[in-house]
Unconditional design. Structure first.
Length: 443
């Protein structure tokens, strides 16, 4: 029995949940740093006299950094290891978030937001790749969606920080708190294992064997005999250079096109909606404090969205779950844009958060499954990078729409159309991966 088969036969155990928490906390800090800027924007716009277009550029600059970070970190993770890149990117975005609190003008804030985005964009696909490579095949979807659920907890933390800190201590303090996750890197270096598949791909078989042996022991699984001749039968040759054109070979081209469509549409919708959500609600006449309360409630709705998607993704599959959640997110966005009473806005806003973030969890499950070990982080990073360009466009486009006197109805009708188009693309071109091993899918 080779090392990969030994890893995949290990049942869900304490190790998997420990890894989920280790990567999930990094994900939580990502979301917290991303969410803080959304709550700072309406306060900053008033203090600095920013136009709607300038506010859109602040949101877009972070997404530009995420696009660059996703590509470079994905390639680096396939070369230097998932654990190393996860640690480095966490430090980058944490320190850069603290620097945002020192921004002295609009231009300096744009620069620091780019650095924040660079770190964030680098970490997210790497964390998903690492979790996917350790999860048992039958439970892989559930674990990745649960990993993504930490995003909701991070946005909740951002909402709480903004609600209690910004009115009392100013927007700078919110950014300084966002720098604290840099300290978490010390725990990562001590407790997080390197990817078994990465180690095998690089010919570091003894390290891989040692990690698998420890996991088997902790899970109460009888260690299998490891014949030397079979030690690397399920991975591709080590040392082969990863090139961009491999994503477009007949083997992967259809998958790459579909993933790029999904990522572009879902990131465009998410960042266009949630970066602007507090500011849009303030413009609708709600006070800053009341707006933070409403967004806090909508953020809480993200958690059951993730958990329901985690339940469905390994039962009805990735394709059906993703298509349904995107379609329902589109419907919710349409009715949210129609406005109405506070109760109506909260209802449709909460449903929009529920379905949109549930879909995000499935996307992060689906993406690393469609590429082999040698290019898994690279392919995932490129898909995420294409998505970030959607995120770059969306806040700016919303800013121009608002500056042009178009209201919430037109803005959210646009997002409804985008999400429906992506749902149709998933349904028509998606490939089901439920219950299959990573090696079966990528072959």
């Amino acid at each position: 029995m080779d090392i990969i088969h030994r890893l995949e036969r290990i049942p869900v155990s304490r190790f998997h949940y420990k890894l989920l928490v280790l990567t999930g906390l990094g994900w939580l800090f990502d979301a917290m740093d991303t969410g803080i800027i959304a709550f700072v924007l309406p306060v900053l716009a008033k203090e600095w006299g920013l136009s709607a277009t300038q506010m859109g550029f602040i949101g877009s600059m972070g997404l530009l950094g995420m696009a660059v970070g996703a590509v470079l970190a994905g390639s680096a993770a396939d070369r230097f290891g998932r654990k190393t890149v996860f640690s480095v990117t966490l430090v980058i975005y944490s320190v850069a978030t603290g620097l945002c609190g020192l921004a002295w003008n609009y231009e300096s804030l744009l620069f620091f937001r780019f650095l924040v985005g660079f770190g964030l964009g680098g970490e997210l696909p790497v964390a998903a790749t690492l979790m996917a490579e350790y999860s048992p095949p039958a439970s892989r979807g559930r674990f990745i969606v649960l990993l993504e659920s930490f995003w909701a907890a991070g946005w909740l933390a951002a909402a709480l920080i903004s609600y209690f800190i910004i009115p009392r201590y100013g927007w700078q303090m919110a950014f300084f708190i966002g720098a604290l996750p840099a300290l978490y890197v010390f725990f990562i270096r001590l407790a997080m294992p390197e990817s078994i598949r990465f180690l095998m791909d690089k010919g570091r078989q003894q390290e891989a064997l040692a990690i698998v042996g420890k996991i088997e022991q902790s899970a109460g699984v009888e260690p299998a005999v490891q014949p030397a001749a079979m030690s690397n039968t399920t991975v591709e040759p080590a040392g082969t250079k990863v090139v961009f054109k491999e994503l477009w070979t007949p083997r992967f081209a259809k998958r790459t096109i579909m993933l790029w469509i999904i990522w572009f549409g879902i990131v465009y919708s998410y960042y266009g909606i949630f970066t602007w959500l507090p500011s849009l609600m303030v413009q609708q006449g709600h006070t800053v404090i009341k707006t933070f309360e409403y967004v806090l409630i909508m953020t809480v709705a993200q958690l059951p969205g993730y958990f329901s998607a985690a339940y469905l993704v390994d039962r009805i599959g990735r394709k059906a779950t993703l298509a349904i959640y995107l379609a329902m997110s589109a419907v919710s966005a349409y009715f949210f844009g129609q406005g109405g009473s506070a109760e109506v806005v909260l209802l449709w806003g909460s449903l929009m958060s529920f379905f949109n973030l549930g879909a995000w969890g499935v996307v992060y499950t689906y993406t690393p499954e469609l590429y082999p070990t040698r290019i898994r982080a690279f392919g995932s990073g490129w898909a995420a990078a294409v998505g970030r360009f959607g995120g770059i466009l969306a806040p700016t486009i919303v800013g121009y729409m608002i500056a042009g006197q178009q209201g919430m109805e037109q803005v959210f009708t646009m997002f409804t159309g985008v999400m429906l188009a992506v749902a149709i693309a998933v349904w028509l071109f998606g490939e089901e991966t439920k219950g299959r091993t990573l090696d079966e899918i990528s072959s």
